[in-house]
Design a protein around this ligand. Structure first.
Ligand code: F6R
Length: 607
């Protein structure tokens, strides 16, 4: 996700402290490394460190630079591990241009090759570093900094918010496309940042910038223009946020904020990786043929990640590749056959879960190829496995995993399609339809967030004795995940079952006091409907999670949590968003410690 900040003031000495405060307020957007560049008369002076902002502060405690203007960055890695070299700001060959960036430059490979051919040298693995070098080229050809900046951003594809300073002027240039950027107005001083909380300690007067806006800011003056240089007028608004709560972006809890971040997280997960028009899949380090030697796939994971792994195995089996998912803590006991043609995939948000690491190490020792599907670049899983695929969901602070589950499932759908094509030599029959449905997910999730009735449903059943969740096939894992989330944050008894298993035992628990939440996808719905009727015959209220198209379902359900109509393989992500909201509201009504549920930790580093 990353956070960027700029502070634009006169030649006083205040910039460093205010930039550091801003970075601390943005740390929720990433904490892999932090850095800033300060202008003090001449060229930008750059200070950066891998790790939390406190490490950067230690560096600056020894040599605090003077200066009233600077840019800063806190990183959530997407290209290259968290190191000093990969920390922002990045500079050109001369060190006269410094840039911070949030987002992904999709065409950086080709730009880097072109710049290298022209003699430019690179110090990092990042996509960002091409930006100062492109500006350097333009400046060398005689362009002024503003023209150089505009011409450079014209060449970038992908998503970005960028801020730049040069040795030539006391000015910050910035722009956004697909990544957030706001301007803070503090009299004649200004801030630019990824989010308002960054500068809320100094001002609450804000200009919200639109995609394509180019901002030129100097002390006592700022200009906002279109990419072509046409002036645009944007209103200054006063926000009424309590700085204490600002990291939550106005939401009561991180969990709710992260549920609402899912459209953006999913866009980031998908960006540049799938083309529904052609059916092509491009997974950075895994070109076509990467998995040609694989005979079978085993997933190892815990908790929510295990549920994502169950979906992943289903994708692969459907594509004709033998696949199984193991609870990482059970992997050693299960002792499944493993050889060098086995791919063992560790699904782990944090990349630090001890049970998952231990299963991956075991697989490695048995000669299997290992792959980490993780959110954290530079995590132990990413470093120890043979390869890594990053889910790019951005930092997740709430203990309950929400947006990372959605991004895991989407990443596993893309990975599953890549592996299946390599192993079987063909495309799954409905590959295009599935990619189309994946690309529609961000918009579909947004629709759910806009119209959900989850709070009303949570309120209706708040006095229930227990909560059961059922699903079949691709959404059995969603039923399990729905129950896990519910018990985890509400502390109420909740269980998830394969829909068909209800009659083999759990039905004994079903009473009028135990609502049953049934997930439908548009595939095999009649059978799940049969299971719903079994529960209803015992007096249980039924809440269906289904699309409007599933009219037969609505007839039987007491309540419907509606999801947009989509491909059956993808419907589970949407259903899960409704169940996340249900759990959140149930827990909120009970006044639970939602972001830090009792007895639980975000990252479980013991076996
Ligand atoms: C539940 C939850 C946990 C984690 C599990 C694995 O909401 O967050 O069940 O999914 O502890 O963690 P990672 O994915 O970091 O390996």
């Amino acid at each position: 996700m990353c956070g960027i900040i700029a502070r634009i003031g006169g030649d006083d000495d205040g910039a460093v402290d205010e930039l550091l405060t801003g970075l601390e307020n943005l740390e929720y957007r990433g904490y892999d490394s932090a850095g800033l560049a300060i202008k003090n008369g001449g060229g930008p002076e750059v200070f950066k460190r891998e790790g939390k902002i406190s490490r950067l502060k230690d560096v600056l405690a020894d040599e605090t630079p003077d200066g009233g203007l600077g840019i800063g960055h806190t990183r959530w890695s997407t290209h290259g591990p968290p190191t000093d070299a990969n920390a922002h700001p990045h500079t050109d060959c001369t060190g006269d241009v410094a840039v911070v960036h949030n987002g992904i430059v999709e065409n950086y490979d080709e730009l880097k090759a072109e710049l290298r051919a022209d003699g430019h040298e690179f110090e990092s693995d990042t996509d960002t570093e091409v930006i100062p070098h492109l500006v350097e080229e333009e400046l060398a050809e005689g362009a002024d900094p503003e023209t150089a900046f505009r011409r450079t951003i014209e060449r970038l594809s992908g998503s970005y918010a960028v801020a730049m300073i040069t040795d030539r002027e006391h000015v910050v240039y910035a722009t956004r496309r697909g990544s957030p950027l706001v301007l803070g107005v503090d009299g004649g001083d200004y801030f630019l940042a990824s989010d308002v909380p960054a500068f809320l300690d100094f001002t609450d007067d804000v200009v919200y910038l639109d995609d394509g806006d180019v901002v030129v800011v100097e002390p006592d003056d700022y200009r906002i223009t279109t990419p072509d240089g046409e002036a645009v007028d944007r209103t200054v608004r006063t926000v009424e946020w309590d700085p204490e709560d600002a990291g939550k972006g106005g939401y009561d809890h991180y969990m709710l904020k992260e549920i609402h971040e899912q459209p953006a997280a999913l866009r980031q997960t998908l960006r540049g990786r799938a083309d529904p028009a052609t059916g092509d899949i491009r997974l950075e380090d895994f070109p076509a043929g990467s998995f040609a030697d694989v005979d079978r796939v085993q997933f190892v994971a815990c908790g929510t990640s295990y549920h994502a792994g169950l979906v992943g195995a289903q994708f692969l089996s459907d594509g004709g590749v033998p696949a199984r998912t193991f609870l990482a803590s059970e992997y050693a006991t299960a002792q499944p056959p493993v050889d060098e043609r086995t791919l063992v995939v560790g699904v782990t948000q944090s990349g630090e879960t001890a049970d998952t690491l231990s299963a991956l190490r075991r697989a490695n020792a048995s000669g299997a190829a290992t792959l980490a599907v993780t959110n954290v670049v530079g995590s132990t899983a990413a470093r120890e496995c043979d390869d890594a695929l990053f889910i790019r969901a951005g930092p997740e602070i709430g203990v309950a995993a929400t947006k990372t589950f959605s991004s895991q499932v989407v990443s596993l759908a893309l990975l599953g399609e890549r592996v299946a094509r390599d192993v079987t030599g063909g495309r799954s029959e409905d590959a295009r339809e599935r990619l189309e449905a994946l690309s529609e997910l961000p918009g579909h999730v947004q629709q759910i967030l806009d119209y959900t009735s989850a709070r009303r449903v949570a309120e209706k059943y708040r006095d229930a004795e227990a909560y059961f969740f059922i699903g079949r096939g691709a959404v059995r894992p969603v039923a399990l995940e729905g129950a896990l989330k519910f018990k985890e944050i509400s502390y109420e008894h909740a269980e998830g079952f394969a829909a068909g298993e209800l009659k083999h035992g759990p039905l004994a628990l079903v009473t009028p006091e135990t609502p049953v939440f049934a997930v439908f996808t548009g595939r095999n719905d009649e059978k799940t409907l049969g299971n719903v009727k079994e529960a209803q015959a015992r007096g249980a209220p039924v809440v269906a999670v289904a699309s409007r198209e599933q009219e037969a379902v609505a007839q039987y359900a007491d309540e419907v949590l509606t999801i947009p109509d989509t491909h059956p393989d993808v419907a589970g992500v949407l259903a899960n968003v409704q169940l996340q909201l249900l759990s959140y509201h149930a827990a909120d009504l009970l006044d639970r410690a939602i972001d830090k549920p009792r007895n639980l930790a975000k990252s479980v580093t013991v076996e």
